[in-house]
Design a protein around this ligand. Structure first.
Ligand SMILES: NC(=O)c1ccc[n+]([C@@H]2O[C@H](COP(=O)([O-])OP(=O)(O)OC[C@H]3O[C@@H](n4cnc5c(N)ncnc54)[C@H](O)[C@@H]3O)[C@@H](O)[C@H]2O)c1
Ligand SMILES: *[C@@H]1O[C@H](CO)[C@@H](O)[C@H](O)[C@H]1NC(C)=O
Ligand SMILES: *[C@@H]1O[C@H](CO)[C@@H](O)[C@H](O)[C@H]1NC(C)=O
Ligand SMILES: *[C@@H]1O[C@H](CO)[C@@H](O)[C@H](O)[C@H]1NC(C)=O
Length: 363
C-alpha cells in the first residue's frame, strides 16, 4: 500500500465523518426540542376535543414536537388512561410522550405552556361563595406549583370558571412568573360575536375582525362592535354600517353572545366543549405566533396600567395585539357612554368577586 492510497483512505474517512456531523446538525436543526404542554381537567369534555388539535400541531406549529402532560383528580385516572390510549392510537408524529398524572409536582414540571381547564363545578345546592372558595383553593395550589416547578417563561391560560378570578389567584400564587404570562379565555365569546356578525352580513367569519369582549366571561361581559370591521364583497366597512340595524346591535346581538353558553347547555344538556376547545387553540396559537397585522383579539389579561379606566389588579378581557409572545392592550379606542356603562358594570362584578376570593386566599 503506497502513501497515495493511505491519503485517499483518510480522505474517505474524513468526508464520511463530515457527513455524519452535517447530518447530525441538520437533524438537530430540523427536529426542534419538544415543548411540554400541560392540560388540566384532561379527563373532561373540553379536553377531549382539545388534545387532538394540540397533538397534531394546530397550536404550536406543524414542526414542533410536543410532550403532553395530562392532569386530573385521582378518581379520573382510569378515564385518563383511556384518553392516553386514544392519543396513542391517533399515531401523531409530533406527539413524543403523554404523561397522565394526578400529582402537581409531575404535572407542572418544566412547562412551556399550561392550559388550566379543570375547576370545581357547581353542584346541586352549592352556594356561590363555597364554589368560589373551592376554586381559590385549586388555583392557589396550581399557581404555587407553577411557581415551583414550571419554566419562568411558561404561558398560562385559565379556562376553568370563574376563569378571570381563577387566573388572578393563580398569578398571585406564582410571584416568580411575570403577570403578563397569565391570561384567561374570552376567545370563545369573541368567536361567538364574530360569527353572529358574519351570519348577519352573510359573509364568512374570516371577513369579520376586531370585535371586542370587555370584562368577565359571564353574562355581564360586553361584546362591542363599535370598532369591528366587515369585509363585504371586497370592501371593508364598519360593522355598524354593514349591519345597518343599531337596535339589533345594541339589543339581541349583545344578549345572544352573553347568553350563548346557557343556550348551548339548554340544548345539549352539556356545556360548550367543541367551540371552547377551538377557542383555546386560537388563543394559545396567537400567543405563540402573534396576531395578524392590523387585527386584535380578546383575552382576559392583567388590567394593571390599562388606559380604559378599568380598576387595576383584575384579570379583565381587553382587545389585545400580540407580537413576539408579548401582548399589548390596544389603546386609544373611543368609548361612548353606552360602552362605558357596560364596561364598568362587568368590572364591578369582577372587583366584588376578586375581593371575596382574596379573603379566601389569605385564610
Ligand atoms: N372560559 C370559557 O370560555 C369556558 C368555556 C367553556 C367552559 N369553561 C369551563 O371549563 C371548565 C371545564 O369544562 P368541561 O366541560 O371540560 O368540564 P368537565 O366537567 O367535563 O371536565 C372538567 C374536568 O376537570 C377535572 N378537575 C376538577 N378539579 C380538578 C383539579 N383540581 N385538577 C385537575 N383536574 C380537575 C374534573 O375531574 C373533570 O375531569 C368548566 O369550569 C367550565 O365552566 C370555560
Ligand atoms: C364572572 O364570570 C364567571 C364565569 O362565567 C362566573 O362564574 C362568575 O360568577 C362571574 N362573576 C360574578 C361576580 O358574577
Ligand atoms: C422577543 O422577546 C424575547 C424575550 O422577551 C427578547 O429577548 C427578544 O429581544 C424579543 N425580540 C424582539 C424582536 O423584540
Ligand atoms: C412572559 O414573560 C416573559 C419574561 O419571562 C416576557 O418576555 C414575555 O413577553 C411574557 N409573555 C407574554 C405573553 O406576555
Amino acid at each position: 500500500m503506497d502513501s497515495g492510497d493511505k491519503a485517499s483512505k483518510y480522505k474517505g474517512q474524513g468526508s464520511s465523518l463530515l457527513l455524519v456531523l452535517v447530518n447530525a446538525l441538520c437533524f438537530s436543526l430540523l427536529q426542534a426540542e419538544p415543548i411540554r404542554v400541560l392540560v388540566t381537567g384532561a379527563a373532561g369534555q373540553i379536553a377531549y376535543s382539545l388534545l387532538y388539535s394540540i397533538a397534531k400541531g394546530d397550536v404550536f406549529g406543524k414542526d414542533q414536537p410536543i410532550i403532553l402532560v395530562l392532569l386530573d383528580i385521582p378518581p379520573m385516572l382510569p378515564v385518563l388512561d383511556g384518553v392516553v390510549m386514544e392519543l396513542q392510537d391517533c399515531a401523531l408524529p409530533l406527539l413524543r410522550e403523554v404523561i397522565p398524572t394526578d400529582k402537581v409536582e409531575v404535572g407542572f414540571k418544566d412547562l412551556d405552556a399550561a392550559i388550566l381547564v379543570g375547576s370545581m363545578p357547581r353542584k346541586e345546592g352549592m352556594e356561590r361563595k363555597d364554589l368560589l372558595k373551592a376554586n381559590v383553593a385549586i388555583f392557589k395550589t396550581q399557581g404555587a406549583a407553577l411557581d415551583k416547578y414550571a419554566k419562568k417563561t411558561v404561558k398560562v391560560l385559565v379556562v376553568g370558571n370563574p376563569a378571570n378570578t381563577n387566573c388572578l389567584i393563580a398569578s398571585k400564587s406564582a410571584p416568580s412568573i411575570p403577570k403578563e404570562n397569565f391570561s384567561c379565555l374570552t376567545r370563545l365569546d369573541h368567536n361567538r360575536a364574530s360569527s353572529q356578525v358574519a351570519m348577519r352580513c352573510g359573509v364568512s367569519s374570516d371577513k369579520v375582525k376586531n370585535v371586542i369582549i370587555w370584562g368577565n366571561h359571564s353574562s355581564t361581559q360586553y361584546p362591542d362592535v363599535h370598532h369591528a370591521k366587515v369585509n363585504v364583497h371586497g370592501s371593508e366597512m364598519a360593522a355598524y354600517d354593514a349591519i345597518k340595524d343599531d337596535a339589533w346591535l345594541r339589543g339581541d346581538f349583545i344578549s345572544t353572545v352573553q347568553l350563548r353558553g346557557a343556550a348551548v347547555i339548554k340544548a345539549r344538556k352539556l356545556s360548550s366543549a367543541m367551540s371552547a376547545a377551538k377557542a383555546i387553540c386560537d388563543h394559545m396559537r396567537d400567543i405563540w405566533f402573534g396576531t395578524k397585522e392590523g387585527e386584535f383579539i380578546s383575552m382576559g389579561v392583567y388590567a394593571g396600567g390599562n388606559s380604559y379606566g378599568i380598576p387595576e389588579d383584575l384579570i379583565y378581557s381587553f382587545p389585545v395585539q400580540i407580537k413576539n409572545k408579548t401582548w399589548k392592550v390596544v389603546d386609544g379606542l373611543s368609548i361612548n357612554d353606552f360602552s362605558r356603562a357596560k364596561m364598568d358594570a362587568t368590572a364591578a362584578e369582577l372587583v366584588e368577586e376578586r375581593d371575596t376570593a382574596l379573603d379566601f386566599l389569605s385564610q
